[in-house]
Design a protein around this ligand. Structure first.
Ligand SMILES: Cc1ncc(COP(=O)(O)O)c(C=O)c1O
Length: 413
């Protein structure tokens, strides 16, 4: 008897749809399409030569370690490197507070696995990172949204959506994917105070932290929370915090390395390590050693500066092209950093319908509906995300010209 596989899927699997972004990626495979859809880093900036040279050294000097099974927690020198960078924020973390993950996407998965029982709540921003929503729903969480505005998440709405089953708040404080928003200092303080009042864990996902183009750096949520604790900066530090912080090398080095990390109190790292053992034993030790070899002598600082300049230029080129080529009634906010521009179309337009016309004109983006939780409220269908990180300035110019054409056609229709 032939098996009908779909009848055998778990209820978890049946609930999770294909990622809309992956589906749009298929569209962008059509030759000649300019894609502002994926949040891909600029590939010409990948440290190919540095990784190549590191590979030669690592394999020559430590080949048998690099190709052997390794510890679940991760390569100790790499964890110490990350702990040291976190300590610069006045946070007393050591390598025992760091777990290396296979990208921060795996961090989101492991945290969900450890904390969420079916039917429990996770609070997210509206809009938020779609792959996080996908992960939370694969663990059968109920995702409740709080709105975002130009100051980031509207933290005052938190108390309306949390209940006894709320496991954590998932938030991106800097240059959020997809909205480009940054949480103001005042709201950061309010969030940490709300977390303190309710004993509510916060997952601080911060992949774009390094890519600030203007304005001053704001304190990490982890930093603010650590300061609030008895003993503060110089006391027990991380032992007591309510924040789990996620980082990644995907944007600062290369996503193909699949290297991310979690910074958390040891009580959190313990079960995460066990969950990770079940998931993949450990993250590729070869990749961890390669990354450490590349960054250990100060590569990251100047490299990130170069990347920041490139991404700032691309943001500015896209903004200027939008000013010139997009029709009236289309609005956007200027992000202070990151990879994304969030665009609001006139109410009469649906970005999913516009996408069909845009693809005909040779340009792609992600419709905003993808980024809204299913929390019983209407997603904003007249929104879209444009990523400026991947395309060169001349391609961005041409892509926005095409988008303007698609928009004009839709408005005429
Ligand atoms: C907000 C956010 N979190 C997590 C990730 C996952 O990144 P990675 O798994 O490559 O570290 C991304 C990737 O785009 C992201 O935008």
């Amino acid at each position: 008897m032939a098996i009908k596989w779909s009848d055998r899927y778990s209820s978890r699997t049946s609930q999770v749809g294909a990622s809309a972004i992956r589906e749009i990626f298929k569209l962008t495979q059509v030759p000649g399409i300019i894609s502002f859809a994926g949040g891909l880093p600029a590939s010409e900036m990948f440290p190919v030569r540095e990784v190549q040279e590191a590979a030669t050294r690592v394999l020559k000097d430590m080949g048998s370690q690099a190709l052997q099974y390794s510890t679940t927690e991760g390569h100790l020198p790499l964890r110490a490197f990350i702990a040291d960078r976190i300590s610069r924020h006045g946070i007393k973390a050591d390598e025992n507070n760091i777990l290396i993950t296979s990208g921060s996407q795996q961090a989101i998965d492991l945290i969900s696995r450890v904390f969420i029982d079916p039917g429990e709540r996770v609070v997210v921003e509206r809009p938020t990172f779609s792959a996080a929503l996908q992960t939370f729903s694969s663990y059968q969480a109920v995702c409740m949204g709080v709105d975002t505005d130009e100051d980031g998440a509207v933290v005052s709405q938190l108390e309306e959506v949390i209940d006894g089953s709320t496991k954590f708040v998932y938030i991106q404080p800097n240059f959020q994917n997809p909205g480009g928003t940054t949480l103001t200092l005042e709201r950061r303080r309010e969030l940490v105070a709300t977390s303190e009042r309710h004993g509510l864990p916060i997952v601080e996902d911060d992949p774009y932290y390094e890519f600030r183009f203007s304005g001053a750096d704001l304190p990490l949520l982890l930093e603010l929370d650590a300061q609030e604790r008895p003993g503060g900066r110089h006391g027990d530090g991380l032992g007591e915090v309510n924040i789990i912080r996620l980082g990644t090398f995907s944007k600062t080095l290369a996503p193909g390395l699949r290297l991310g990390w979690i910074v958390a109190p040891r009580d959190v790292i313990g079960p995460l390590v066990i969950a990770k053992q079940a998931a993949d034993l450990h993250t590729s030790i070869l990749n961890q050693m390669l990354a450490y070899e590349v960054i250990k002598d100060g590569f990251l600082g100047p490299h990130v500066q170069r990347l920041r300049a490139i991404y700032r230029e691309r943001r500015d080129v896209m903004l200027s092209a939008m000013d010139r080529h997009l029709p009236g009634g289309v609005h956007w906010a200027v992000p202070e950093g990151g990879f994304f521009l969030w665009v609001t179309l006139p109410e009469c337009l649906d970005a999913s319908v516009l996408l069909q016309e845009a693809v005909k004109q040779g340009v792609a983006f992600v419709p905003g509906v993808t980024f809204f939780p299913e929390d019983g409220r209407q997603p904003r269908s007249n929104t879209m995300r444009l990523s400026f990180s991947f395309c060169t300035p001349s391609v961005i110019e041409e892509g926005i010209l095409r988008l303007g054409r698609a928009l004009s056609r839709q408005l005429e229709g």
